[in-house]
Write a protein that binds this ligand. Structure first.
Ligand code: BES
Ligand code: MN
Ligand code: ZN
Length: 492
């Protein structure tokens, strides 16, 4: 897809199809009362609610020719969030594509209240790029990607250089998101730990990032037995993949991002029921978000050094699989009773969080599809953030709001920590009581992080995947978290 900026306002009656955002049932348009009146009349006539991501396409009588228009709803102003704008743009693009439109035009001079011109261009461009994505790797006879579509932002701009920057940023981020979405959506028979490692290696090389990948023998040597226990039932060996971006200041301590990358979560010996299992290729989405962010930092070159680590394994039952009751000794030296092999994410993250400390991080953020309980608590609307540093939690929530991803803080209390004390070992991998499973999972992780390192845990189990088609995307990986993390890193 091609993006461009045109400083002059859109020519009425041109060949472009104009995207118009609708808020509180009113079109966001400046300086064209004729058009505004026509759209308002249409809204009344059709009963279009202007609800978020609703997108009727129609044409009206322009000054010279009929004008093609796509209205796209932002919902009411009092509930406005950046994700509504980004998704409305994606939905508009999808509607336009379906209608066979080639050139879409967005006027940048009337953003929703509270959104700057540059943030508007950035969110709309990134949304449009995302709307153009389709996972077609396994559809025979389908052409790969549509390059014909183009989106033009029309002025007048207050600051066209800043808008150009915002657009470039959106394009770089989108290319990372779209490329990584193909891997995230690839099922477990194809996206094996080895293939993910190969993919990461190639991407690291293309982007000038440092790369390393620990294999089974090396992980054994380092006593990463929690990670190895998870992979023990699988024919696929575990990996720890590390990607490294060095910021301009060589002495600065890096931020370390750690992604849960379970290529398939069957539950292991604590087998999941069939219905809960058929989309568990999604369990690698934390790692996929980290992969996307690393491509973004390689291109956007922030001040801070960033290290991305993927803890990769496939959780399968089998003759050599870990059994409920098994006790293993983690890389950190703590012993763990594996009481439920389906609580595997925290096991692989425990070793990764311990290994990460060798980089002397200024902060660590892990991101994981960790608990079904976070879906019970927050549904598919927001991800949970927990950790050992309230300021870090807050700055991630703030970055999420700006990036169009919602986070909600959940507690991590001493009671949650106590709940994870083992009977025969230091720790057990599920709680003694039955509740607060998102918090107890985080408490388990916290025992592998020293108090001196600010650390946050993002539980994206409810937000990493769309199970059904939405106006802004087909079913599949959302790469939730990547947009927030790049926003957060840029602000450091
Ligand atoms: N990857 C799952 C979390 C999950 C479960 C995501 C259901 C989406 C839907 C994780 O590995 C898991 O199985 N967690 C268990 C933990 C439990 C055994 C303590 C869960 O949440 O049920
Ligand atoms: Mn599991
Ligand atoms: Zn899992």
């Amino acid at each position: 897809m091609k993006f461009s900026l045109k400083p002059r306002p859109l020519n009425p009656g041109g060949s472009e199809c104009r995207i118009v955002f609708i808020q509180d049932k009113k079109p966001l348009i400046s300086g064209d009362s004729d058009l505004e009146a026509q759209i308002s009349a249409q809204i009344k006539k059709t009963g279009f609610s202007g609800d978020f991501a609703q997108t009727p396409v129609f044409s009206i009588l322009g000054k010279t020719n009929p004008e093609e228009l796509i209205l796209t709803g932002l919902g009411p102003r009092k509930h406005f969030r950046m994700e509504y704008l980004e998704r409305a743009a994606a939905a508009a693009l999808r509607a336009g594509k379906k209608a066979g439109v080639k050139v879409l035009a967005v006027s940048a001079d009337a953003p929703p209240a509270g959104v700057s011109e540059t943030d508007f261009v950035h969110a709309v461009a990134r949304g449009a790029a995302w709307g153009n994505y389709g996972f077609n790797l396994f559809k025979t006879g389908r052409k790969k990607r549509d390059h014909e579509l183009s989106v033009v932002f029309t002025g007048p701009f207050k600051n066209s250089a800043a808008c150009r920057n915002a657009l470039t940023r959106a394009e770089l981020e989108s290319s990372a998101l779209l490329a990584t979405a193909d891997l995230a959506n690839t099922p477990a028979n194809e996206a094996t730990p080895q293939k993910i490692s190969d993919w990461a290696k190639k991407t690291a090389k293309e982007n000038g990032l440092g790369f390393s990948s620990l294999n089974k023998a090396e992980l054994k040597k380092k006593n990463c037995n929690a990670l190895l226990a998870v992979a023990a039932g699988s024919a696929q060996d575990a990996k720890i993949i590390t990607l490294e971006y060095k910021g301009p200041n060589p002495k600065s301590r890096p931020v370390v991002l750690i992604g849960k990358t379970i290529t398939f979560d069957s539950g292991g010996i604590s087998l999941k029921p069939g219905k809960g299992m058929n989309w568990m290729q999604y369990d690698k989405c934390g790692g996929m978000a980290v992969l996307a962010v690393m491509q973004m930092v390689a291109q956007l070159k922030p001040e801070t050094s960033v290290i991305g680590m993927l803890a990769v394994a496939e959780n399968m039952p089998g003759g050599s699989a870990a059994r409920p009751g098994d006790i293993i000794k983690s890389h950190a030296g703590k012993t763990i009773e594996i009481l439920n092999t389906d609580a595997e994410g925290r096991l692989i993250l425990a070793d990764a969080l311990s290994l990460a400390q060798q980089h002397n991080p200024s902060a660590m953020v892990d991101i994981a599809t960790l608990t079904g309980a976070v879906i019970t608590a927050l549904g598919h609307t927001a991800a949970a953030v927990l950790g050992n540093d309230p300021d870090l939690n807050r700055s991630l929530i703030r970055a999420g709001a700006a990036a169009g991803e919602r986070f909600w803080e959940m507690p991590l209390w001493p009671e949650h920590t106590d709940d994870m004390n083992g009977t025969f070992a230091d720790l057990q991998n599920i709680g003694r009581s039955d509740g607060a499973k998102t918090s107890t999972a985080a408490a388990f992780l916290a025992s592998f992080v020293p108090e001196t390192i600010p650390w946050a845990h993002l539980d994206i189990a409810g937000t990493a995947w769309e199970e059904t088609s939405k106006p802004w995307m087909d079913p599949g990986a959302t790469l939730f978290g990547a947009r927030t993390l790049i926003e957060w890193i840029n602000g450091l």
